[in-house]
Design a protein around this ligand. Structure first.
Ligand SMILES: O=P(O)(O)OC[C@H]1O[C@H](O[C@H]2O[C@H](CO)[C@@H](O)[C@H](O)[C@H]2O)[C@H](O)[C@@H](O)[C@@H]1O
Ligand SMILES: O=c1ccn([C@@H]2O[C@H](COP(=O)(O)OP(=O)(O)O)[C@@H](O)[C@H]2O)c(=O)[nH]1
Length: 735
């Protein structure tokens, strides 16, 4: 393995320019801390934006800046203020952020900012390409850089690329509204591993990939022609030890060591020993639900006036993206709300809300976390929400109650908190009462479980798990690639072919010689294919068989005049050199009247699906259905059919977007063996793309050359990527 390259919008250091002196101060943020195990030593590099635009950095300081960054294992991507406007404030935070957080009404679809997003992503990709070697592992972070994986993969296909999205991936219904949805998906699919915080985000993403790109997804793998991409969830943790140690240390602080904030918090405690402190900390972002939280708090005070003077809500709102109009409006709304609620409820000795609009140093965060009885975190949508985890980690005596929105990614792992719907004020109000009165033993019981989990799955484990999975994926890909029919192996196969005395060739049709079409009848052969087959078939001592699940009528129409050998309906029928089809197997079809109505009922209930009726089998096609729904129905139909045919000699065969019910024992493998037996072939070849071809690959002798089209699991010896490559391969059979 080569170097590790990490890439994110912002570098994990902050530049300080003092006259001509440059200092790079390492950030203390979650990502920077979490990546420590991955970003250490000389074999790792972090590429990103420094936080200062080109206009803000005097050109002559560039070498010093580069040196300061290099000392911290970093390298910068320089961006102009215009690029930051279009890329960061524009497409990232006015299109993707609102859309991915389900704020459709805030999402702006501006072609100019999309173009800047593309150009800046290319700048980041170029910065990687400049530094990356083929065996490097690259980890790209977050929604600002979704096109980077494809841009890098295109130029450096052998690098391993991981992508992690820190925000939610929305449902298909939301994502599909984005004008550049396919470009974004293709950008992400340049990765070998794509990670999300939760399984929900993962399945939303896979659903969009299936529906918008029509790609084959099996479990959590996406099969491209030349690669397999893994998609998985890795819930990000925190640096648990850092927070719990800081809280333990904080506890021991003598009065003279306490911060000004802590002293004020102490005064509050002493003057109102029964009153509860309720804490909320977030960036000032509409996704965090701060305004709704204030409204809910007001609702609570109105509904339960007995809690006046008994609770105080601390709102710490950290300034964020203040160049974006929605954030400016939100700031105004929150200022007004706090003013109004305080004005309405305050008494001479009590203000219900303490509101801070600023960023606080770590020590003050610990003051707040450790002094608060309740944390009230009510995001409307949140990728993860680390504040929830940090609050729990600082509770050294295990007391404290976390009220958490079920819309936060962290809610998936924090079931022991009081989970609420941020839009349900009654529920929030009830949760506040439950929290205020929760017995200490219960608080301890809940937090003990939470702490254990957070301590175990901390941010370092998160980063290591992701890297481990990326390296495993690299091995899986290498295994696939090692079976790709390389030029060298192909040359050998072709030599073998031409020096052989008698050859037997099996060509599957759909997905192998010809691509798929929404209407199977329209996937007929083209002139080039006829020429190719004519030329191979005309060779001496060469027996070519088209071997397919197709019905006899279609194959007669397409190929009978060509006098090719044909095996139809997976091995039921045989046609030799232009003669009509005859039965290769003695089988029954009286079962069809029992199965047909079942298939019909599935056609009625699955728009786009249809039945194909053959002489000895029935096929239910679902290529044209909604992909998720079609797959679900196929599973349901398989279950229904399996119990229905339990006492018959029938099989349900799962092909490429088709289920076929046919007589057991009849398959392409058995048919192929029949053609082989009693003959002295010294070159046997089979090529096919789906499950039904696996019977051939399994049954043919060990020295047969078997080739799978597309990177799915197979018994075949080799892969080729697509039908174009199949034709290239077969054309080499012609001298
Ligand atoms: O860099 P900014 O524009 O100021 O925004 C700050 C970060 O916000 C987002 O955080 C997300 O990541 C967290 C950790 O995975 C997660 O807990 C939270 O729910 C997300 O919103 C954003 O994804 C980052 O890129 C920003 O740097
Ligand atoms: O004044 C502050 C307030 C919060 N935070 C940190 O900001 C992060 C917020 O992360 P979260 O996942 O909750 O939300 P995000 O802002 O990433 O959407 C947490 O680690 C907080 O400790 C901070 O550094 N300074």
């Amino acid at each position: 393995m080569g170097k590790t390259i990490i890439i994110s919008n912002r570098l994990p250091v902050q530049l300080q320019i003092d006259n001509d002196e440059i200092t790079a101060i390492p950030s203390v943020g979650g990502l920077a801390t979490g990546m420590k195990s991955v970003h250490s030593g000389s074999d790792s590099l972090w590429i990103g934006w420094s936080g200062l635009t080109e206009e803000e950095i005097p050109k002559e300081l560039d070498p010093k800046i580069d040196k300061a960054l290099k000392d911290n294992g970093c390298s910068k991507v320089s961006l102009t203020s215009e690029e930051i406007d279009g890329f960061y404030y524009g497409f990232s935070n006015r299109t993707i952020w609102p859309l991915f957080h389900y704020f459709l009404e805030y999402a702006e679809f501006e072609t100019d900012s999309w173009n800047t997003y593309k150009a800046v992503n290319q700048k980041f990709a170029n910065a990687i390409l400049e530094k990356a070697d083929d065996d490097d592992v690259i980890w790209v972070h977050d929604y600002q850089l979704m096109l980077v994986p494809e841009m890098v993969k295109e130029k450096r296909p052998n690098t391993s690329i991981g992508f992690f999205l820190h925000i939610p991936f929305p449902s298909y219904e939301i994502f599909r509204t984005l004008p550049w949805r396919k470009e974004i998906l293709r950008g992400l699919l340049g990765s070998d591993l794509i990670g999300f915080h939760t399984y929900d985000y993962e399945r939303h993403f896979l659903s969009s990939v299936r529906r918008l790109l029509g790609l084959e997804v099996s479990f959590n793998e996406i099969h491209l022609e030349e690669r397999v991409i893994k998609v998985d969830s890795f819930p990000m943790g925190i640096d648990y030890k850092k927070f719990s140690d800081a809280a333990s240390k904080h506890e021991k602080n003598t009065a003279d060591k306490q911060s000004e904030l802590q002293r004020r918090l102490n005064i509050h405690k002493e003057s109102t020993p029964d009153a509860k402190l309720i804490l909320s900390i977030d960036r000032l972002d509409y996704s965090k639900g701060i305004a709704k939280r204030l409204n809910a708090f007001e609702y609570f005070l109105n509904k339960h006036p007995e809690y006046k003077e008994k609770v105080r809500l601390i709102i710490l709102a950290v300034p964020s993206r203040s160049n974006v109009p929605q954030y400016q409006l939100l700031k105004k709304e929150i200022d007004e709300l706090v003013g109004r609620i305080n004005g309405e409820f305050a008494t001479v000795s009590w203000t219900p809300i303490w509101y801070f609009y600023r960023s606080m140093p770590f020590e003050n965060l610990i003051d707040l976390y450790t002094s608060s009885d309740i944390a009230l975190l009510t995001p409307i949508r949140d990728g993860m929400n680390l504040v929830a985890k940090e609050y729990i980690a600082t509770r050294t005596d295990k007391t404290g109650v976390l009220i958490l929105s079920e819309m936060a990614g962290s809610a998936n792992e924090m079931n022991e908190s009081l989970l609420i719907n941020p839009n349900n004020f009654d529920q929030i109000s009830d949760a506040l009462i439950q929290a205020i009165h929760m017995p200490k033993e219960e608080q301890i019981a809940r937090n003990s479980i939470l702490q254990k989990r957070l301590e175990r799955y901390n941010v370092e484990k998160w980063a290591n798990d992701f890297m481990k999975s990326l390296l495993e994926q690299r091995e899986t890909t290498q295994k696939f690639i090692s079976k790709l029919l390389s030029k060298k192996t192909l040359d050998k196969v072709i030599d073998q072919y031409h020096s052989s005395k008698r050859r037997l060739l099996f060509f599957d049709y759909d997905g192998t010689l010809s691509g798929f079409h929404v209407d199977p009848q329209k996937a007929g052969p083209d002139e080039d294919l006829y020429d190719l087959l004519d030329n191979i078939n005309a060779q001496d001592n060469t027996d070519v068989y088209l071997i397919s699940g197709r019905d006899t009528d279609t194959f007669k129409r397409w190929f009978l005049h060509k006098k090719y050998n044909m095996i139809a309906e997976h091995g039921v029928w045989l046609s030799k050199e232009g003669e009509d089809f005859t039965l290769l197997e003695k089988i029954k079809n009286d079962w069809m009247s029992k199965i047909r109505p079942v298939l019909e009922s599935f056609v009625d209930r699955t728009p786009g699906s249809f039945i194909e009726e053959k002489n000895y089998s029935l096929a239910w096609h679902y290529r044209n259905t909604d992909p998720d729904f079609g797959k679900k129905r196929a599973t349901e139909l398989t279950t229904v059919l399996t119990s229905l045919i339990a006492n018959d000699d029938l099989t349900v065969l799962s092909g490429n977007k088709v289920l076929e019910i046919k007589n057991s024992g009849v398959n392409k493998g058995r048919a192929a063996i029949k053609m082989l037996t009693g003959n002295d072939y010294d070159f046997v070849f089979a090529i096919g793309d789906d499950w039904t071809d696996e019977y051939m690959f399994e049954e043919l002798p060990d020295d047969a050359v078997t080739v799978k089209v597309g990177m799915q699991k197979t018994q075949a010896k080799y892969y080729v990527e697509n039908t174009k490559k199949v034709r290239d391969l077969l054309s080499r059979f012609i001298k």
